[in-house]
Write a protein that binds this ligand. Structure first.
Ligand code: GLC
Length: 654
């Protein structure tokens, strides 16, 4: 049961699409109204678990942490950092009582969950206008599903979006993309898409290809598509200030950019130098921005990643020393006086966010007060535009997000580092993102910053096999990280091929979850209360439990089986054996993956294929001790996705 309590005159964020009854009062929380804030506090029992908050640091159980919803371009994925790229203000308490609350405001919100042992949840919203959604149900799992139902149908990617993707900041020219495709093929590594980072652009300008380095982009798109590989360009939020350029000129003429204090277009420097931000909170500006993707779709492109949409600002027209020299000095200062500089930079960002404005369909709002909605509305603009342009499904994932954006696209979790802690962070993010309606998600596999070694990449891939977005991405200047860069590629081949053999399951489970407001990845305790507190094992779809190896140098780990399951070790073949309930030690070499099929469940597996063009569901093997499996199948592209596309497979008795 979901109800809503309204404070003041909140902006409609579009997060909730269901019609929700008004509540007479706020349950569970004591409420305190300050001059510019509304605060909520609620005592916690010592055993209560608090789930949710999507993309935040900390564990799956958010107790002990302080998290601030304030979308930030940050590579500091450390527990001391309260704000990442997204704001997912939904938390679920499970214990003596079980309820969920969604603080639906795009303003800054601070969550202290048993912070420093306070024994309470304390939430401070920096606004007087707020829609507060409260959900009462019997379990955390049921509460999450109520939220997903109220948000509305989740984004449905095309089948090829579930293939393996290769990406790198630093692929400079057409030949680089051919080479990536060739080397995957040559090494027997399946591949469905290659991401194009900002280097494809002409001076980092959205909706452009550098004419010298990409003389025949249509030809390249066609050639790779014929091989079953899609090109996926990045699109940044800021439109380069470039008099004479059509997109820039039209945006200015029609008033589609955010305004500065003086009423002109707000200038903020990002990769291309000075840019203007499209006013994504304005319906007409959204439609206009969405139409611009035609530049790509008419070249045969059907997938995108949206970036820098917190929005990131390197410096603005209001900053002193706005020129590049200023930036250099600042970088130097950062290194010398790290802490003070960081604080200064933060304050400068806040000042910038306070100095531009949106026309939210007739209502003038200061960016700072709606900050957390910007990236989500960019996703909406692109998603709606792409659906109109293509008339079929598209691939789209974004760095910044807010609840509700999961209807239009997925997310990736930004600039992580090639270290084991960030593989674990990826494991923790997945269930929390699912709880907030972001089913299509994943991290930069192998890590973005720093050099990734063979062992870390193999273990990370073995986890990413199960995340809907499986993309290897790394930063310029780091060691090359493609799966063929580590000597003998045999182990990489085994793991990436496993993804493809599991595709009938992964695609089915994703589509069924998306169509029925379910989670694709969830904590084990959502189905087995006795697994309470276990965070390094996850349920993936209805049949599988995974227990990834996330520590350096380890080839075995302890796994808790809440009931008897079928253990599967994949080394090129699926080796199944029954595994009794309880704590077990499982072993997996670097060229192996281990996972479990739940009791009375089945896992459909296919043959080795080189990409989803060869996807075949007619010759599946069914592993596990269940009797039937509900397989979702369709053409992988059209918008006609319903549960009518599910058919029952029956396992023949041996
Ligand atoms: C940002 C993105 C990263 C990308 C880079 C260059 O840091 O998060 O993925 O490679 O910008 O576009």
């Amino acid at each position: 049961m979901i109800t809503k309590y309204v404070y003041g005159d909140p902006l409609d964020t579009g997060a909730i699409t269901a019609k929700v009854e008004r509540a007479a009062r706020v349950e569970h929380f004591a409420v305190e109204e300050g001059a510019d804030t509304i605060s909520f506090s609620c005592p916690l029992g010592p055993e209560d678990i608090v789930y949710g908050l999507g993309e935040t640091m900390g564990k799956v159980n958010k107790r002990g942490g302080r998290y601030i919803s304030f979308n930030t371009d940050t590579a500091e994925h450390e527990d001391s950092n309260p704000s990442l790229y997204a704001s997912h203000n939904f938390l679920i308490a499970e214990g003596a009582a079980c309820f969920g609350v969604f603080f639906d405001t795009p303003a800054r919100v601070t969550f202290e969950i048993d912070w420093q042992g306070s024994g309470e949840i304390r939430v401070v919203c920096d606004t007087k206008d707020l829609n507060l959604y409260q959900i009462e149900n019997g379990s955390a799992y049921a509460v999450c599903r109520d939220l997903l139902r109220a948000v509305g149908r989740c984004y449905l990617p095309p089948l090829w979006a579930f293939g393996y993707g290769q990406s790198r900041f630093g692929y400079m020219k057409e030949q680089d993309f051919r080479e990536v495709a060739d080397l995957h093929e040559k090494n027997g590594l399946p591949l469905d898409f290659i991401c194009m980072d900002i280097d494809y652009m002409d001076q980092y300008r959205d909706f452009s290809f550098d004419p010298k380095r990409f003389p025949d982009i249509e030809g390249l798109v066609r050639e790779l598509k014929e091989r079953g590989i899609h090109l996926v360009p990045i699109v940044d939020a800021g439109v380069k200030v470039e008099p004479g350029e059509a997109v820039y000129e039209e945006g200015v003429a029609k008033g589609y950019f955010c305004r500065n204090k003086e009423g002109g277009c707000f200038g903020a420097a990002v990769w291309p130098g000075m840019t203007h931000f499209p006013d994504f909170l304005n319906r007409k500006a959204r439609e206009w921005f969405g139409r611009q993707y035609r530049f790509y779709t008419e070249k045969g492109i059907e997938g995108f990643w949206n970036d820098m949409n917190e929005p990131a600002i390197f410096y603005s027209e209001y900053d002193k020393g706005t020129k590049r020299l200023g930036m250099l000095l600042e970088l130097l200062g950062n290194m010398l006086f790290k802490k003070g500089q960081k604080e200064k930079k933060k304050q400068e960002l806040v000042r910038n966010y306070q100095s531009f404005f949106h026309d939210a369909d007739g209502r003038r709002v200061r960016h700072y007060d709606v900050h957390n909605l910007f990236g989500a509305m960019m996703t909406r603009a692109s998603g709606e535009g792409l659906e109109r342009l293509l008339g079929h499904r598209y691939l789209l994932f974004s760095r910044s997000s807010y609840i509700g954006a999961g209807r239009y696209g997925g997310v990736w979790t930004g600039d992580n580092t090639s270290k084991w802690e960030h593989l674990m962070l990826n494991v923790r993010h997945m269930p929390s993102l699912n709880m907030c309606g972001f089913l299509y998600s994943g991290a930069d596999t192998g890590g973005f910053i720093g050099d990734c070694g063979r062992e870390l990449l193999l273990r990370w891939l073995a986890f990413s096999v199960f995340t809907p977005l499986m993309r290897n991405h790394s930063c310029k200047g780091t060691k090359n990280q493609e799966a063929y860069q580590f000597g003998d590629p045999a182990a990489f081949r085994t793991i990436i091929r496993l993804r493809y053999r599991l595709l009938p399951y992964i695609y089915s489970e994703y589509m069924k979850a998306a169509l029925t407001s379910d989670l694709y990845i969830k904590p084990v305790a959502f189905l087995y209360p006795e697994a309470k507190g276990i965070e390094d094992q996850l349920l993936v779809g209805d049949s599988l439990m995974i227990a990834p190896i996330v520590r350096e140098g380890e080839v075995q780990r302890q796994v808790f089986l809440p009931e008897e399951m079928t253990m599967v070790i994949y080394d090129g073949e699926f080796r199944c054996s029954p595994c009794p309930a309880g704590w077990r030690t499982v072993h997996a070499e670097l060229d192996e993956a281990v996972f479990f099929i739940r009791k009375n469940k089945l896992l459909p597996v296919g043959k080795v294929i080189s990409n989803t063009r060869e996807y075949d569901v007619e010759n599946l093997a069914l592993l596990g001790d269940g009797r039937t499996y509900e397989l979702y199948t369709d053409d992988g592209l059209s918008l006609d996705c319903t549960t009518a596309n599910i058919r029952t497979l029956v396992k023949e008795e041996c």
